[in-house]
Design a protein around this ligand. Structure first.
Ligand code: 6AU
Length: 374
Protein backbone atom coordinates (compact mmCIF):
# COMPACT_ATOMS: atom_id res chain seq x y z
CA UNK A 1 0.00 0.00 0.00
CA UNK A 2 1.21 3.48 -0.79
CA UNK A 3 1.00 5.34 2.52
CA UNK A 4 0.87 8.69 0.92
CA UNK A 5 -1.78 8.18 -1.72
CA UNK A 6 -4.19 11.14 -1.48
CA UNK A 7 -7.28 8.90 -1.33
CA UNK A 8 -6.19 7.79 2.15
CA UNK A 9 -6.70 11.23 3.63
CA UNK A 10 -9.41 12.63 1.34
CA UNK A 11 -12.92 12.60 2.84
CA UNK A 12 -15.49 10.49 0.98
CA UNK A 13 -17.49 13.64 0.13
CA UNK A 14 -14.49 15.02 -1.74
CA UNK A 15 -13.73 11.73 -3.43
CA UNK A 16 -17.33 11.67 -4.64
CA UNK A 17 -16.60 14.76 -6.72
CA UNK A 18 -13.51 13.27 -8.33
CA UNK A 19 -14.51 9.70 -9.18
CA UNK A 20 -15.22 8.44 -12.68
CA UNK A 21 -17.73 5.73 -11.87
CA UNK A 22 -21.33 6.96 -11.26
CA UNK A 23 -21.90 4.26 -8.62
CA UNK A 24 -18.76 5.31 -6.71
CA UNK A 25 -19.98 8.90 -6.81
CA UNK A 26 -23.32 7.77 -5.39
CA UNK A 27 -21.76 5.41 -2.84
CA UNK A 28 -19.31 7.97 -1.43
CA UNK A 29 -22.17 10.47 -0.96
CA UNK A 30 -24.32 7.79 0.64
CA UNK A 31 -21.48 6.90 3.03
CA UNK A 32 -21.20 10.51 4.17
CA UNK A 33 -24.97 10.84 4.51
CA UNK A 34 -25.33 7.69 6.63
CA UNK A 35 -21.94 7.96 8.39
CA UNK A 36 -21.42 4.36 7.37
CA UNK A 37 -18.70 2.41 5.62
CA UNK A 38 -20.19 -0.95 6.48
CA UNK A 39 -21.26 -3.76 4.15
CA UNK A 40 -23.31 -6.64 5.53
CA UNK A 41 -22.52 -10.05 4.08
CA UNK A 42 -25.95 -11.65 4.39
CA UNK A 43 -24.90 -15.28 4.18
CA UNK A 44 -28.16 -16.75 5.44
CA UNK A 45 -30.09 -19.75 4.20
CA UNK A 46 -33.58 -18.58 3.32
CA UNK A 47 -35.08 -15.72 1.34
CA UNK A 48 -37.21 -14.83 4.34
CA UNK A 49 -34.15 -14.38 6.59
CA UNK A 50 -32.38 -12.43 3.84
CA UNK A 51 -35.19 -9.90 3.45
CA UNK A 52 -35.68 -9.66 7.21
CA UNK A 53 -31.96 -8.85 7.68
CA UNK A 54 -32.00 -6.29 4.87
CA UNK A 55 -34.90 -4.49 6.51
CA UNK A 56 -33.46 -4.59 10.04
CA UNK A 57 -29.83 -3.85 9.29
CA UNK A 58 -30.49 -1.59 6.26
CA UNK A 59 -30.28 1.67 8.23
CA UNK A 60 -26.69 0.91 9.38
CA UNK A 61 -25.15 -0.18 6.08
CA UNK A 62 -24.32 1.19 2.63
CA UNK A 63 -23.85 -2.13 0.84
CA UNK A 64 -25.79 -5.38 1.23
CA UNK A 65 -23.86 -8.38 -0.04
CA UNK A 66 -25.59 -11.56 -1.21
CA UNK A 67 -24.65 -15.05 -2.35
CA UNK A 68 -27.96 -15.74 -4.07
CA UNK A 69 -26.99 -19.41 -4.56
CA UNK A 70 -26.93 -20.00 -0.79
CA UNK A 71 -30.55 -19.01 -0.45
CA UNK A 72 -33.33 -21.56 -0.49
CA UNK A 73 -36.65 -20.15 -1.65
CA UNK A 74 -35.04 -17.46 -3.85
CA UNK A 75 -37.90 -16.26 -6.06
CA UNK A 76 -36.58 -15.55 -9.57
CA UNK A 77 -39.52 -13.46 -10.79
CA UNK A 78 -37.86 -10.26 -12.10
CA UNK A 79 -40.75 -8.03 -11.01
CA UNK A 80 -41.98 -9.54 -7.77
CA UNK A 81 -39.22 -11.95 -6.71
CA UNK A 82 -36.43 -11.78 -4.13
CA UNK A 83 -34.21 -9.49 -6.23
CA UNK A 84 -37.07 -7.04 -6.77
CA UNK A 85 -37.95 -7.11 -3.05
CA UNK A 86 -34.33 -6.42 -2.14
CA UNK A 87 -34.38 -3.49 -4.58
CA UNK A 88 -37.36 -2.02 -2.72
CA UNK A 89 -35.50 -2.32 0.61
CA UNK A 90 -32.35 -0.86 -0.97
CA UNK A 91 -34.29 2.25 -2.02
CA UNK A 92 -36.05 2.55 1.31
CA UNK A 93 -32.95 2.24 3.52
CA UNK A 94 -30.34 3.58 1.11
CA UNK A 95 -27.91 0.80 0.26
CA UNK A 96 -26.47 -0.84 -2.84
CA UNK A 97 -26.84 -4.55 -3.55
CA UNK A 98 -23.63 -6.50 -4.20
CA UNK A 99 -23.95 -10.06 -5.51
CA UNK A 100 -20.71 -11.81 -4.53
CA UNK A 101 -20.74 -14.04 -7.62
CA UNK A 102 -16.96 -14.14 -8.21
CA UNK A 103 -17.28 -14.69 -11.95
CA UNK A 104 -14.41 -16.57 -13.55
CA UNK A 105 -14.74 -18.06 -17.04
CA UNK A 106 -14.41 -17.16 -20.71
CA UNK A 107 -16.00 -13.85 -21.69
CA UNK A 108 -19.06 -15.27 -23.45
CA UNK A 109 -19.96 -17.51 -20.53
CA UNK A 110 -19.68 -14.79 -17.89
CA UNK A 111 -21.80 -12.47 -20.04
CA UNK A 112 -24.56 -15.07 -20.02
CA UNK A 113 -24.15 -15.85 -16.31
CA UNK A 114 -24.38 -12.14 -15.51
CA UNK A 115 -27.35 -11.17 -17.66
CA UNK A 116 -29.40 -14.31 -18.24
CA UNK A 117 -30.24 -17.68 -16.73
CA UNK A 118 -32.52 -18.01 -13.75
CA UNK A 119 -30.97 -15.36 -11.51
CA UNK A 120 -30.44 -12.50 -14.00
CA UNK A 121 -27.98 -10.95 -11.56
CA UNK A 122 -27.64 -7.74 -13.55
CA UNK A 123 -31.33 -6.91 -13.02
CA UNK A 124 -31.13 -6.57 -9.24
CA UNK A 125 -27.47 -6.28 -8.21
CA UNK A 126 -25.83 -2.88 -8.58
CA UNK A 127 -22.43 -4.46 -7.98
CA UNK A 128 -20.87 -7.83 -8.64
CA UNK A 129 -17.30 -9.15 -8.53
CA UNK A 130 -14.91 -11.21 -10.62
CA UNK A 131 -11.77 -13.25 -10.18
CA UNK A 132 -9.70 -12.43 -13.27
CA UNK A 133 -7.63 -15.62 -13.34
CA UNK A 134 -9.26 -16.30 -16.72
CA UNK A 135 -7.66 -13.13 -18.15
CA UNK A 136 -8.50 -9.46 -18.54
CA UNK A 137 -10.83 -9.95 -21.54
CA UNK A 138 -13.38 -11.27 -19.10
CA UNK A 139 -13.64 -7.78 -17.58
CA UNK A 140 -14.25 -6.30 -21.02
CA UNK A 141 -16.92 -8.93 -21.68
CA UNK A 142 -18.76 -8.08 -18.45
CA UNK A 143 -18.42 -4.35 -19.17
CA UNK A 144 -19.93 -4.81 -22.63
CA UNK A 145 -22.81 -6.84 -21.23
CA UNK A 146 -23.53 -4.15 -18.62
CA UNK A 147 -23.39 -1.43 -21.28
CA UNK A 148 -25.89 -3.24 -23.52
CA UNK A 149 -28.18 -3.94 -20.60
CA UNK A 150 -28.17 -0.29 -19.57
CA UNK A 151 -29.03 0.86 -23.09
CA UNK A 152 -31.96 -1.52 -23.11
CA UNK A 153 -33.47 -0.63 -19.72
CA UNK A 154 -33.41 3.04 -20.57
CA UNK A 155 -36.27 2.49 -22.93
CA UNK A 156 -39.87 1.61 -22.31
CA UNK A 157 -41.32 -0.60 -24.98
CA UNK A 158 -44.72 0.59 -26.22
CA UNK A 159 -46.60 -1.91 -28.31
CA UNK A 160 -49.48 -1.39 -30.73
CA UNK A 161 -51.08 -4.09 -32.85
CA UNK A 162 -52.94 -3.67 -36.13
CA UNK A 163 -54.49 -6.34 -38.33
CA UNK A 164 -55.11 -5.84 -42.03
CA UNK A 165 -54.58 -7.01 -45.59
CA UNK A 166 -51.03 -6.36 -46.60
CA UNK A 167 -49.70 -4.58 -49.63
CA UNK A 168 -46.68 -6.27 -51.13
CA UNK A 169 -44.02 -3.76 -49.96
CA UNK A 170 -44.93 -4.32 -46.35
CA UNK A 171 -43.25 -7.71 -46.13
CA UNK A 172 -39.66 -6.68 -46.47
CA UNK A 173 -40.15 -3.77 -44.06
CA UNK A 174 -41.95 -6.02 -41.63
CA UNK A 175 -39.14 -8.54 -41.73
CA UNK A 176 -36.57 -5.86 -41.01
CA UNK A 177 -38.59 -4.52 -38.09
CA UNK A 178 -39.07 -7.99 -36.77
CA UNK A 179 -35.33 -8.67 -36.90
CA UNK A 180 -34.61 -5.45 -35.06
CA UNK A 181 -37.09 -6.30 -32.31
CA UNK A 182 -35.67 -9.77 -31.98
CA UNK A 183 -32.23 -8.26 -31.54
CA UNK A 184 -33.39 -5.87 -28.81
CA UNK A 185 -35.72 -8.16 -26.96
CA UNK A 186 -34.25 -11.64 -27.26
CA UNK A 187 -36.69 -14.44 -26.56
CA UNK A 188 -39.20 -12.18 -24.83
CA UNK A 189 -40.70 -10.67 -27.95
CA UNK A 190 -43.89 -12.47 -28.89
CA UNK A 191 -44.85 -10.48 -31.96
CA UNK A 192 -46.01 -12.82 -34.70
CA UNK A 193 -46.30 -12.06 -38.34
CA UNK A 194 -49.05 -14.38 -39.46
CA UNK A 195 -48.44 -15.32 -43.02
CA UNK A 196 -50.07 -18.13 -44.80
CA UNK A 197 -48.34 -19.79 -47.70
CA UNK A 198 -44.81 -18.64 -46.83
CA UNK A 199 -42.44 -21.13 -48.35
CA UNK A 200 -39.64 -22.66 -46.33
CA UNK A 201 -37.11 -21.44 -48.88
CA UNK A 202 -38.16 -17.83 -48.28
CA UNK A 203 -40.27 -17.34 -51.45
CA UNK A 204 -43.50 -15.43 -50.90
CA UNK A 205 -46.67 -17.41 -51.37
CA UNK A 206 -50.26 -16.15 -51.18
CA UNK A 207 -50.82 -14.03 -48.10
CA UNK A 208 -54.20 -13.86 -46.43
CA UNK A 209 -53.63 -11.48 -43.54
CA UNK A 210 -50.90 -9.81 -41.58
CA UNK A 211 -50.76 -8.76 -37.97
CA UNK A 212 -48.40 -5.84 -37.58
CA UNK A 213 -46.82 -5.27 -34.23
CA UNK A 214 -45.29 -1.84 -33.88
CA UNK A 215 -43.04 -1.16 -30.96
CA UNK A 216 -41.60 2.22 -30.08
CA UNK A 217 -38.89 2.78 -27.50
CA UNK A 218 -39.27 5.72 -25.15
CA UNK A 219 -36.59 6.91 -22.75
CA UNK A 220 -37.31 6.17 -19.10
CA UNK A 221 -36.10 8.77 -16.61
CA UNK A 222 -36.28 6.74 -13.43
CA UNK A 223 -33.31 4.49 -12.73
CA UNK A 224 -35.64 2.15 -10.82
CA UNK A 225 -34.51 -1.44 -11.15
CA UNK A 226 -37.71 -3.41 -10.99
CA UNK A 227 -41.33 -2.46 -11.41
CA UNK A 228 -43.32 -2.95 -8.24
CA UNK A 229 -46.80 -1.81 -7.57
CA UNK A 230 -47.28 -2.58 -3.87
CA UNK A 231 -48.03 0.29 -1.57
CA UNK A 232 -44.86 1.64 0.06
CA UNK A 233 -42.57 0.25 -2.63
CA UNK A 234 -41.79 3.74 -3.86
CA UNK A 235 -40.24 4.98 -0.61
CA UNK A 236 -36.81 6.47 -1.26
CA UNK A 237 -34.22 7.06 1.48
CA UNK A 238 -34.34 10.78 2.36
CA UNK A 239 -31.43 13.06 1.57
CA UNK A 240 -30.24 11.40 -1.62
CA UNK A 241 -31.71 10.41 -4.97
CA UNK A 242 -32.22 6.81 -6.04
CA UNK A 243 -29.08 4.95 -7.05
CA UNK A 244 -28.19 5.35 -10.72
CA UNK A 245 -29.00 2.47 -13.04
CA UNK A 246 -25.30 1.92 -13.81
CA UNK A 247 -23.71 -1.38 -12.89
CA UNK A 248 -20.29 -1.82 -11.29
CA UNK A 249 -17.66 -4.52 -10.91
CA UNK A 250 -15.19 -5.17 -8.09
CA UNK A 251 -12.12 -7.19 -8.96
CA UNK A 252 -11.17 -9.86 -6.45
CA UNK A 253 -7.57 -8.74 -6.08
CA UNK A 254 -6.62 -10.29 -2.72
CA UNK A 255 -8.40 -12.72 -0.44
CA UNK A 256 -8.77 -12.95 3.31
CA UNK A 257 -8.28 -16.70 3.49
CA UNK A 258 -5.19 -18.42 4.83
CA UNK A 259 -2.83 -19.76 2.16
CA UNK A 260 -4.54 -17.81 -0.62
CA UNK A 261 -2.78 -18.52 -3.92
CA UNK A 262 -3.26 -15.08 -5.47
CA UNK A 263 0.20 -13.70 -6.25
CA UNK A 264 1.42 -10.10 -6.37
CA UNK A 265 1.44 -10.36 -10.18
CA UNK A 266 -2.20 -11.39 -10.15
CA UNK A 267 -3.09 -8.46 -7.87
CA UNK A 268 -1.18 -6.09 -10.17
CA UNK A 269 -3.06 -7.47 -13.19
CA UNK A 270 -6.30 -6.61 -11.37
CA UNK A 271 -5.11 -3.03 -10.90
CA UNK A 272 -4.24 -2.77 -14.59
CA UNK A 273 -7.59 -4.23 -15.65
CA UNK A 274 -9.36 -1.76 -13.38
CA UNK A 275 -7.49 1.16 -14.95
CA UNK A 276 -8.47 -0.07 -18.42
CA UNK A 277 -12.17 -0.17 -17.52
CA UNK A 278 -12.72 2.77 -15.19
CA UNK A 279 -16.28 3.32 -16.30
CA UNK A 280 -17.26 -0.20 -15.16
CA UNK A 281 -14.75 -1.28 -12.50
CA UNK A 282 -15.48 0.50 -9.23
CA UNK A 283 -12.53 -0.95 -7.36
CA UNK A 284 -11.44 -4.06 -5.52
CA UNK A 285 -12.21 -6.67 -2.97
CA UNK A 286 -8.80 -6.58 -1.34
CA UNK A 287 -6.98 -6.55 1.98
CA UNK A 288 -5.34 -3.15 1.48
CA UNK A 289 -5.59 -0.04 -0.66
CA UNK A 290 -4.26 -0.61 -4.17
CA UNK A 291 -4.44 3.03 -5.32
CA UNK A 292 -0.91 4.03 -6.33
CA UNK A 293 -1.06 6.27 -9.41
CA UNK A 294 -2.25 9.86 -8.89
CA UNK A 295 -5.46 9.29 -10.91
CA UNK A 296 -6.41 6.06 -9.07
CA UNK A 297 -9.57 6.49 -7.06
CA UNK A 298 -10.83 2.97 -6.73
CA UNK A 299 -12.97 1.91 -3.81
CA UNK A 300 -11.76 -0.97 -1.62
CA UNK A 301 -14.14 -3.35 0.12
CA UNK A 302 -12.65 -5.80 2.58
CA UNK A 303 -13.95 -9.05 4.06
CA UNK A 304 -12.39 -10.98 6.91
CA UNK A 305 -13.54 -8.41 9.44
CA UNK A 306 -14.70 -9.06 12.97
CA UNK A 307 -14.75 -7.27 16.30
CA UNK A 308 -13.91 -8.85 19.65
CA UNK A 309 -17.01 -9.09 21.87
CA UNK A 310 -18.40 -5.78 23.21
CA UNK A 311 -16.23 -4.46 26.02
CA UNK A 312 -13.13 -6.38 24.87
CA UNK A 313 -12.45 -4.37 21.72
CA UNK A 314 -9.10 -3.11 22.98
CA UNK A 315 -7.62 -6.63 22.91
CA UNK A 316 -7.77 -6.33 19.15
CA UNK A 317 -7.23 -9.95 18.13
CA UNK A 318 -9.96 -12.15 16.66
CA UNK A 319 -9.50 -15.85 15.91
CA UNK A 320 -10.21 -17.26 12.42
CA UNK A 321 -13.16 -19.57 11.76
CA UNK A 322 -11.14 -22.81 11.58
CA UNK A 323 -11.96 -23.17 7.86
CA UNK A 324 -9.36 -20.77 6.51
CA UNK A 325 -11.10 -17.46 7.12
CA UNK A 326 -8.88 -14.90 8.91
CA UNK A 327 -10.18 -11.80 10.66
CA UNK A 328 -8.97 -8.29 11.30
CA UNK A 329 -10.69 -5.48 13.17
CA UNK A 330 -12.29 -2.53 11.32
CA UNK A 331 -9.70 -0.26 12.92
CA UNK A 332 -6.76 -2.21 11.48
CA UNK A 333 -8.31 -2.59 8.02
CA UNK A 334 -9.43 1.02 7.63
CA UNK A 335 -6.74 2.89 9.54
CA UNK A 336 -3.67 0.82 8.79
CA UNK A 337 -4.50 -1.04 5.56
CA UNK A 338 -6.36 1.95 4.09
CA UNK A 339 -9.53 0.21 2.85
CA UNK A 340 -12.83 2.06 2.56
CA UNK A 341 -15.63 -0.38 3.38
CA UNK A 342 -15.50 -3.39 5.69
CA UNK A 343 -17.55 -6.45 4.79
CA UNK A 344 -18.93 -8.23 7.86
CA UNK A 345 -20.86 -11.49 7.78
CA UNK A 346 -21.05 -13.82 10.76
CA UNK A 347 -19.83 -11.09 13.11
CA UNK A 348 -23.31 -9.59 12.64
CA UNK A 349 -25.54 -12.39 11.42
CA UNK A 350 -24.68 -14.92 14.12
CA UNK A 351 -25.48 -12.80 17.16
CA UNK A 352 -28.81 -12.50 18.94
CA UNK A 353 -29.46 -8.91 17.90
CA UNK A 354 -27.99 -8.25 14.42
CA UNK A 355 -29.51 -4.77 14.32
CA UNK A 356 -27.61 -3.42 17.32
CA UNK A 357 -24.47 -5.40 16.44
CA UNK A 358 -24.49 -3.78 12.99
CA UNK A 359 -24.64 -0.40 14.71
CA UNK A 360 -21.61 -1.34 16.82
CA UNK A 361 -19.66 -2.24 13.66
CA UNK A 362 -20.87 0.91 11.86
CA UNK A 363 -19.65 3.12 14.71
CA UNK A 364 -16.23 1.44 14.95
CA UNK A 365 -15.66 1.45 11.19
CA UNK A 366 -16.74 5.08 10.81
CA UNK A 367 -14.54 6.15 13.73
CA UNK A 368 -11.58 4.43 12.07
CA UNK A 369 -12.30 6.32 8.81
CA UNK A 370 -12.58 9.67 10.62
CA UNK A 371 -9.31 9.06 12.37
CA UNK A 372 -7.64 8.12 9.05
CA UNK A 373 -8.72 11.29 7.23
CA UNK A 374 -7.85 13.33 10.30
O1 6AU B 1 -17.57 -12.29 7.73
P1 6AU B 1 -17.69 -13.71 7.25
O2 6AU B 1 -16.41 -14.48 7.41
O3 6AU B 1 -18.86 -14.44 7.85
O4 6AU B 1 -18.04 -13.64 5.70
C1 6AU B 1 -17.19 -13.10 4.74
C2 6AU B 1 -17.87 -12.99 3.39
C3 6AU B 1 -18.24 -14.30 2.74
C4 6AU B 1 -17.12 -14.59 1.76
O5 6AU B 1 -17.62 -15.29 0.62
C5 6AU B 1 -16.69 -13.18 1.38
O6 6AU B 1 -16.99 -12.34 2.50
N1 6AU B 1 -15.23 -13.05 1.09
C6 6AU B 1 -14.79 -12.45 -0.11
C7 6AU B 1 -15.63 -11.70 -1.01
C8 6AU B 1 -16.52 -10.69 -0.53
O7 6AU B 1 -15.45 -11.74 -2.19
C9 6AU B 1 -13.43 -12.44 -0.43
C10 6AU B 1 -12.49 -12.87 0.52
O8 6AU B 1 -11.30 -12.77 0.31
N2 6AU B 1 -12.96 -13.36 1.71
C11 6AU B 1 -14.29 -13.46 2.02
O9 6AU B 1 -14.60 -13.88 3.13
O10 6AU B 1 -19.48 -14.11 2.06
Amino acid sequence: MSNRHPTLTTPFAERAKQVTHPLNNYLFRLMELKSSNLCLSADVQTARELLYLADKVGPSIVVFKTHYDLISGWDYNPHTGTGAKLAVLARKHGFLIFEDRKFVDIGKTVQMQYTAGTARIIEWAHITNANIDAGKDMVRALAEAAGKWKERIHYNVNTSITVGTPVSDQFDEADERSDELRRLEPRENSNGFQRDGREADGRKGSIVSITTVTQSFEPVDSPRMAKNTNEGDDVVFPGIEEAPSDRGLLLLAQMSSKGCLMTKDYTQACVEAAREHRSFVMGFVSQESLNTQPEDDFIHMTPGCKLPPAGEEENGHVEGDGLGQQYNTPSKLINICGVDIVIVGRGITEVGDPQSEAERYREKAWKAYLSRVG
